[in-house]
Structures are given as C-alpha cells and as structure tokens.
Design a binder for this molecule. Structure first.
Ligand SMILES: [Ca+2]
Length: 442
C-alpha cells in the first residue's frame, strides 16, 4: 500500500504555489475507501489562499457494479492530508436516505483536530415533507454529535443544491436563505485564510517543540557503550510514561503530543544515539516567536486587511441572481412594492382606516395608549411592537395618523407572515403625506 501523501500526484501544484484568479473548481477526484466503493471529493480552490474539500456520503460502484480496482492508498490518510490544508470541509448528506455508514464515520474521524472547519449540508431536502425533514435533521445532529467534537453546535445547511424543480416547495424560502448563508460562508473564506494559516504555524511550532523534548530525552537516556538495543526497546515500551514525565516537567498539555502508537512504530527505525541533544537556545527562539512575534504578525494581518480587503470569491453559484427579481427576498416582506409607484400599504388601507376610527382619533391622530391597545392584539412581543412603533411613527410625534397607523398594521402583517422587519423604513414604505417633510428635512 502506498502511504505517501497524495500531494503531487492527485493535486498537481501545492495550493500555495498556484496563482489563479477568482473561484474555480479545479480538481475533482474520485477516491475509494478500503474495499468499499467510494466517497466523492470535490475541491474548490481559489487564489492560492483557500481550499475547500467536499466529501459526499454518496457511494458509487465500480464499472458494471464491481468493486473499484484502484485501491492503492489509505483513504483516511488522504482525507487527513487534505483536511489539514483546506479552509472548509463540507460534508454532504441526502435527506431522503440519511445513512451514516461506518466508513463515512471513519472518514469523519480522519478530520479530527480540524473539527472547526467542518460544515454540513443536508441536501435534497425538498424530497421529504417538513415533518420528515425535522426528524432527519434531528437524527443527523444526533449521529454527528457522536463523531464530531466541537464546542459549538455544528452548522447544518438545509437545502436542495441542484437545478431541478423542487419536489416539495413548502420550505422554499428556508432553502434559499440557507443557500445564501452557505455561499456567504464560502465567499468569506479568503478573509479568514491568513489567520488560519497563522494558527497552523502555531500548531506546528508547538508540535516541533514537543518533538524536540521527546527526541532529546531518548538521546539522554541512551548508554554510551553497551546495551544500546535493549535500552532502545525499553524506552519505546516506556513511551507513555515518558510522555507524562515530559508533560509535567515542561508544562505541556497531553494534546500536544503525537500519538503513542504511531510514535513507537516510527522510533523502531531510528538509532537513538544519533538523535540531537536539546538545544535550549532553539527552544527559547520558538517560545519567543509564540509569545511575541505571532502577535505582531496578527496585527500585520489585520492592518493589511484594513488597507486592502481580500477579494470575495466570485463566479459559479456566486454570479447571476444577485441583481435579478429572483434574488432572495426580492419583492417579499418589507421589500414588497419597492418597484411600484403606488404606496403598497394603500391596498389594505380601507380596512385599516375603519379600525383607526374606532380608536378615538383626536385631530386625525390616535394616542400611543390607544394604538398599543390595538397593536397588542397581534400577540407579537413588546420588543417587536416597539420596533414597529418606531418605524411607523415617521414624524416621531408620539402619535399615529391615519397613514402611520396603516403602516404599523402593514409592518405587523409582514412580521406575522414570517419576514424580518427592516432596521430603518425603506423609502417606498414612507407614507405619501410624510415624504415631502422627510425630503425637506434632508
Ligand atoms: Ca406620528
């Protein structure tokens, strides 16, 4: 079995070397797990600054349904190699046949230590109804919780990521919002790439330090004349104790040490007498870097980003719908009526007017107290009603005129239909009689 990292053969140039512009799906490879058909890897790679890895739970048979014959590497090691180098790992699951196989669990375990890079997509969610979808979502979170260790709740994007008509349109708005969230996440990756690389450097520096402690300890323990082989064997079997001793002596957490078993296997092949002794000056230099230099580098990164914000990912799914009526939320909720000449609230105003005159207006305006009596019947929480009040009372006189009241009712309707309220009143919602006074104030 070929255990060398797949860097040159699979991926061509290392991510750091190539220089592309914009986002391109550069590489698409098919890998198989040991004897188990395969997972699909899909790499997004842009601007030499970030790299995404997609792993699908999908398995495909080899030619004519036979097992693929090109199994020549340790699949989990391949995944691990990529996981260390990418900015984002996206796991895809199908909502209509949720199945986390043992192989897929193993693959996820290969991402250990990179858990914070993992995002999950619950795909083809349009093929089940809402009730099933909720059950599948719960089951997925439960299963993933057992294999992925993150302090935060794992982000799962629900949607239907293909171009076919939706089978079940109940959750269309949810799918669109989720897709936008996912795109925004991917788009912002280049901004975080520099910080991530710096974090990798810190991780590696700490590993190198621990390595130096282990190696120099083994060297120190070796006899100068006889019994070298016996001593070596003894030291290898005592490695777990040695780890604990070094942890105490140098105040290093156990998590910074390499895995005992892998280390024991590797040590078999070395002559311990040829190891170097500990060089305190070098350790000092690493410590100095970790405590002082890194923070100045961090400052440099934020300065650089302020003077020249890194470009967002463009192309592919990121192009197209942004400026069209099919952009998410276009013409819906608070944006309804944005491109109409008539005030959108006017449609339902006769109904609102009738209500208005039951609230004892004085000089064409109702008081805050009377407006409140009516508005709380919506059962919206006071925090939301307070926001609506602020938006609706355009002139800020603490009372609502006929139009302001209609606007308040319109905003309540928007909120009750499940849309978000705007943070400030968009021009098309400003009541006609208030438009002039507002523009004068400008
Ligand atoms: Ca008012």
């Amino acid at each position: 079995m070929d255990r060398s990292p797949p860097g040159s053969s699979v991926h061509g140039d290392s991510p750091g070397k190539s220089s592309g512009v914009g986002c391109r799906a550069l590489h698409q490879g098919i890998f198989s797990t040991q004897g188990l058909n395969l997972c699909l890897l899909h790499f997004l790679h842009w601007q030499a600054r970030s790299l995404s890895l997609w792993v699908a739970s999908e398995r495909r048979p080899g030619p004519q349904g036979t097992a693929p014959s090109f199994i020549r590497y340790d699949f989990c090691q391949v995944l691990q190699w990529f996981a260390e180098r990418v900015d984002r790992i996206i796991l895809l699951f199908d909502a209509h046949k949720l199945d986390i196989s043992d192989e897929f669990s193993e693959a996820i375990k290969a991402f250990r230590g990179q858990d914070d890079k993992i995002r999950v997509v619950l795909n083809k969610a349009d093929q089940v109804d809402t009730q099933q979808l909720m059950r599948v979502y719960g089951a997925l979170m439960w299963s993933l919780g057992k294999v992925i260790n993150t302090p935060e709740v794992l982000r799962v994007y629900i949607g239907s990521f293909w171009t076919q008509p939706l089978q079940n349109t109940d959750n269309r708005r949810l799918f669109e919002a989720e897709a936008q969230d996912l795109f925004r996440d991917i788009q912002s990756l280049p901004q975080k790439a520099a910080v991530r690389k710096l974090n990798d450097l810190i991780k590696r520096a700490r590993l190198a330090k621990v390595h130096a402690y282990i190696i120099s300890f083994l060297k120190k323990e070796m006899p100068s004349m006889f019994g070298k082989e016996n001593k070596k064997r003894e030291l290898i079997s005592r490695l777990p104790e040695i780890y604990i001793q070094l942890q105490r002596e140098y105040h290093i957490s156990a998590g910074d040490f390499p895995k005992v078993k892998a280390m024991q296997e590797k040590l078999e092949n070395y002559d311990f007498t040829k190891f170097h002794s500990l060089k305190p000056k070098l350790i000092e230099a690493v410590d100095n870097m970790l405590t002082n230099k890194i923070s100045s580098l961090m400052n440099l990164i934020s300065q650089e980003e302020m003077s020249m914000p890194p470009p967002l990912v463009q192309g592919g799914a990121f192009d197209g719908t942004a400026e069209s009526p099919f952009n998410q939320g276009y013409g819906e909720g608070a944006k309804e009526g944005a491109d109409e000449e008539e005030w959108v609230v006017a449609k339902d105003k006769p109904v609102y007017d009738e209500l208005f005159y039951t609230l004892s207006p004085i000089n064409g305006k109702i008081s805050g107290i009377n407006a409140k009596k009516e508005m709380v019947t919506s059962k919206l929480p006071n925090s939301v009603l307070g926001k609506i009040w602020k938006l609706a009372d355009c002139d800020g006189d603490g009372m609502l005129d006929e139009e302001e009241f209609a606007l308040a009712k319109h905003l309540i309707k928007i909120k009750l239909s499940g849309y978000e309220l705007p943070s400030s009143l968009p021009p098309h919602l400003v009541p006609p009689s208030h438009r002039k006074s507002l523009s004068k104030a400008d």
